[in-house]
Design a protein around this ligand. Structure first.
Ligand code: NAD
Length: 356
């Protein structure tokens, strides 16, 4: 085994069903007596339910969380926090709302309790991506990591079956890239393989019955593990491409991950530096017969996934444009970034072809 460094995140996590009732005692532990509750306009009723449980400590709701954390929204939320004199933040929602909570918390130093309602995993990372004048800038800082996380499986009943599948695969993508990260370690490998196994077994069950409580439980547990992978080690080609394409063509986050994952994996699968990772991945993916690309394609076939970048709204001229940007900014990846191969990867994803 190689030498490695493992940094454990110092935050409290409560996991289970009906755990929302533990919110008052969690707020006590982080010493928050007057909080601003954050949500998107689509999740106001969930935020109201949260505020009702908190009682007098729930001072106000700010319901303008938006994808990619635009700074003008953060500034508006800052004014609301100041105006209400809050001493804590509660974010309830997907990655967009968690992002706003992180942006507020890093600017104010206020404790941030996070209640995720998708499988995106942002609650487990010290990473914040913010958009200003159409440009997304991402930074990593230990102070960005939420102070505490409350996972309640019951909050996922309202997540549509499509979003459940797409968000679940978004989580799997974190674990896939963690396995071949240049700063990978055996602890994160364990979390990654367990996260992939758990989600691969839960997602088909949830597609058949979105109200299956045991499968919801499994999926959230798997997503938590995958989120830890995202927060702990460096991501590579797949995440960089999602970031580049999402920003250039304003593509939806989870769906972009779904389209690109098999193709990014196929690009990296033959890299000698990723051989060990690919063997672990193949063992974690059902029906892989030892080949991770076959395994991911089988999962997509089982889930009936038929997305393409073209279908998400990316123009065909974007294939070359995106390739230029992807090649221009080098980053760590098990296989060197070769123009022809990267262009073909993006073209296949654009056309919705099967990865190979
Ligand atoms: P999202 O937060 O944008 O949510 C999508 C939509 O689904 C929103 O309208 C939301 O209100 C709704 N929704 C969420 N949970 C729901 C539920 N349980 N029931 C009903 N509706 C629900 O989507 P996302 O994929 O979770 O997050 C995407 C954003 O998060 C992107 O901006 C991405 O960059 C960011 N992100 C950041 C990190 C990080 O570590 N910094 C990690 C993952 C994602």
């Amino acid at each position: 085994m190689d030498n490695f460094e493992y940094v454990s995140a110092p935050h409290r996590v409560v996991f289970g069903r009906g755990t929302l009732q533990e919110l008052p005692s969690m707020l006590e532990k982080i010493k928050a007596k007057a909080v601003l509750v954050l949500c998107t306009p689509q999740q106001i009723s969930t935020a109201e339910a949260v505020k009702a449980i908190i009682g007098d400590a729930g001072v106000s709701i700010f319901s303008e969380a938006t994808m990619h954390t635009p700074t003008h929204i953060t500034e508006k939320a800052m004014l609301a926090a100041k105006d209400k004199g809050v001493d804590g933040i509660v974010s309830v929602g997907g990655g967009s709302t968690v992002g706003l909570g992180k942006a507020l918390s890093i600017r104010t130093g206020l404790p941030h309790l996070c209640i995720p309602t998708t499988y995106a995993g942002s609650e487990m990372t010290p990473i914040l991506g913010e958009t200003e004048n159409g440009r997304k800038v991402t930074r990593r800082d230990p102070r960005i990591l939420p102070t505490a996380v409350l996972y309640d499986v019951d909050l996922f009943k309202t997540l549509s079956v499509d979003m459940t599948v797409y968000s679940g695969i978004n989580a799997i993508a974190h674990a896939v890239e963690a396995l071949y990260a240049t700063n990978k370690n055996p602890i994160i490998d364990l979390l990654a393989c367990e996260g992939i196994r758990t989600l691969c077994s839960a997602l088909p069950l949830l597609q058949a019955d979105g109200n299956d409580p045991a499968a919801r439980h499994q999926a959230l547990y798997g997503a938590w593990l995958c989120g830890m992978c995202l927060g702990a080690v460096d991501m590579a080609l797949h995440h960089k491409l999602c970031h580049t394409l999402g920003g250039m063509f304003n593509l939806p986050h989870a769906e972009t991950h779904v389209v690109l994952l098999p193709h990014a994996l196929a690009y990296n699968a033959s890299a000698p530096a990723a051989a060990g990772a690919m063997a672990k991945l193949a063992a974690a993916l059902p029906d892989s017969a030892g080949d991770p690309v076959r395994g991911i394609n089988a999962l997509y076939q089982r889930l009936g996934i038929r997305l393409s970048l073209q279908g998400l709204g990316m123009p065909e001229t974007g294939v070359d444009e995106a390739c230029d940007v992807a090649i221009a900014n080098p980053y760590k990846n098990p296989r060197a970034l070769e123009r022809e191969g990267i262009r073909e990867l993006i073209r296949r994803a654009w056309a919705g072809e099967t990865a190979k």
